[in-house]
Write a new protein. Structure first.
Length: 251
């Protein structure tokens, strides 16, 4: 499955919702073993769409969702989309991501995820906005805790001003024993075109909590999110810290 190269919230909410939905359909799974190919879907409603700490929905509500196809070998393909604010960063009203890769266990407690993703902005207007990024991550789990370290690299492209971009990040999740609650944390560092700082370097961060709603495929999460940026005085500050609430479901 796709790791959290978009930032903490997207992937982590989908993951905890998937855990919840697994519990709901556990009895069915016992009598109907999965085949070599599995299809899953996710939907979410969020108070803001934050991409690596940056507000892409103008501080407004966003609707998101995606579909993944996973093979038992570990290879997968998928697509994910979100509504955007047309004025905030000029990407149009829709983001569509298409990705593919491989994920699987390397040793007990250690897994990997590698792949490529295309970020598409179909109604962005004249100019180059779409770009491609390669990603990889390692996830280590120990009891109720899980930590991920990853990197995403976008090579030189016209949409990136003829330059490249690298993103380094780490995600941490700790489940509270005997509860459906998980405490989450994220820190990321961008070096390249995809920042809003004068020196093209920026940190982003998030800390929050998630709860899988028992007996349903739903998950509710809340996080405090922010990023660095040099925003002109009087302009909309789309890297300002914000409290983000998300309701998601996975099927």
């Amino acid at each position: 499955m796709l790791t959290s190269i978009r930032g903490l919230t997207t992937a982590s909410f989908a993951a905890i919702a998937a855990f919840s939905s697994t519990a709901v359909f556990a009895q069915e799974a016992e009598t109907d073993p999965p085949g070599p190919v599995e299809v899953s879907a996710n939907v979410a409603m969020t108070s803001e769409y934050r991409f690596r700490g940056t507000d892409l929905s103008g501080g407004e509500f966003a609707i998101q969702g995606g579909v993944d196809v996973n093979h038992e070998s570990g290879f997968y393909v998928g697509t994910w989309a979100s509504s955007l604010d047309e004025q905030t960063v000029g990407f149009g009203a829709t983001e569509l991501d298409i990705y593919g890769g491989w994920s699987g266990d390397l040793t007990e407690g250690l897994s990997a995820d590698v792949g490529v993703i295309g970020y598409l902005y179909p109604d962005a207007g004249p100019g180059d906005f779409d770009y491609v990024e390669f990603y990889g991550s390692l996830t280590f789990g120990l009891g109720p805790a899980e930590a991920t370290a990853g990197v995403a690299y976008a090579p030189d492209q016209d949409s990136l001003g003829g330059t490249d971009n690298i993103y380094l990040y780490s995600d941490v999740g700790v489940g509270i024993p005997d509860t459906p609650v998980t405490i989450t944390g994220h820190v990321g560092y961008t070096d390249g075109f995809l920042t809003f700082t004068n020196n093209a370097k920026a940190f982003d961060w998030a800390i929050g909590a998630e709860i899988a709603i028992p007996g349903t495929p739903l998950a509710l999460g809340a996080s405090y999110v922010g990023a660095e940026g040099d925003i002109p005085v009087g302009a909309y500050d789309f890297v300002d810290d914000a409290f983000v609430v998300t309701l998601s479901a996975s099927f």
